[in-house]
Design a protein around this ligand. Structure first.
Ligand code: ATP
Ligand code: MG
Length: 287
């Protein structure tokens, strides 16, 4: 596969034109302010992410791996404008995001959702599951009657494998795996095209991890959603992702299709990550 003259349309070696990537990040750098020194303070800017470039094709899953502090979450946050963008560009669906005013960026907050590592921390414990799942609809002022909203929430809960009577219960009444299912339902409620999963299975035990990964894959098969799947180990990524980016100290040191990364890792850091991680058990997907 190679890029055409303007670097946008993807053209295979056979000459067949492929769809543009859904997300294209070019030379992205993010710096944070850090105070150094004792009595005399000086402000320094440290790179959390340094000249990172990658593309994600529609309907595929891109893994993002690397050890703690390597800059994985910062990339996800920069896409959503939750981290300061230093340099570089982000194109989403062919549209340049970086130059948009906040109100112009608002629709992209609906189209791009996130699922975080700790589902409990991302839920208001005083809200019922129905209100939590419907949050994005309210934030984005989706025109809907109360009945329509309830039906949608019931459908979403069913899709993520939770009983409809979960609606009137509260987050503390669920297990970690069930709470993550609630977060997935919430992420889906605004019909996003793209979901950033930031360590969304890392806090779960291995068999529940596999169930959630399978659920995300089933949802992708059904709805064609594109994922950026952030994880600090390669075992889950092997199971879940079509391609992967390997990050070390804010830079991408290796990227490519997951199977070739596993078969013949080129970078010593990828070798180290691969040798350190136990393999994930396979749990049959329900079809
Ligand atoms: N708001 C912030 N202010 C200052 N420094 C920050 C901020 N957020 C992140 N950093 C720094 O940026 C670097 C990358 O952090 P990031 O959270 O992206 O790492 P990560 O790869 O997601 O790590 P983990 O696997 O632990 O989640 C770290 O050195 C971190 O300390
Ligand atoms: Mg992180």
């Amino acid at each position: 596969m190679k890029l055409s003259g303007d670097g946008r349309a993807m053209v295979s070696t056979a000459g067949e034109v492929k769809e543009e990537p859904l997300l294209e990040v070019r030379d992205l750098s993010v710096t944070f302010k850090a105070e150094r020194g004792g009595f005399i303070k000086r402000v320094e800017y440290v790179y959390a992410v340094k000249r990172v470039s990658f593309q994600i094709r529609k309907g595929t899953t891109m893994g993002l791996v690397g050890e703690s502090g390597s800059g994985k979450s910062t990339i996800g946050k920069a896409i959503l404008r939750l981290a300061p963008l230093g340099e570089g560009t982000i194109h989403y669906g062919g549209q340049e995001l970086t130059g948009l005013a906040d109100n112009e960026f608002m629709p992209f907050r609906k189209r791009i959702q996130t699922i975080f590592q700790d589902p409990y921390a991302s839920m208001n414990p005083r809200l019922t599951i129905a209100s939590i799942v419907a949050e994005p609809l309210i934030v984005h002022a989706q025109a809907m009657t109360r009945k329509q909203r309830e039906e949608l929430v019931a459908d979403l809960l069913e899709k993520v494998g939770l009983p409809a009577d979960s609606m009137n219960r509260y987050p503390h009444q669920f297990s970690g795996g069930q709470r993550q299912r609630i977060c997935i339902a919430r992420a889906l409620s605004s019909s996003p095209e793209f979901i950033i999963c930031d360590e969304c299975v890392s806090a779960l035990d291995v068999s529940v991890q596999a169930q959630i990964v399978n659920l995300l894959q089933d949802i992708q098969d059904e709805l064609g959603i594109t994922y950026l799947f952030i994880a600090h180990d390669l075992a889950v990524v092997e199971h879940m992702c079509d391609e992967a980016l390997v990050m070390e100290l804010g830079e991408i040191v290796e990227q490519g299709p997951t199977d070739s990364l596993y078969r013949s890792p080129q970078h010593s850091y990828t070798h180290r990550l691969l040798s350190a991680v136990p393999r994930m058990p396979t749990i049959a997907r329900a079809h």
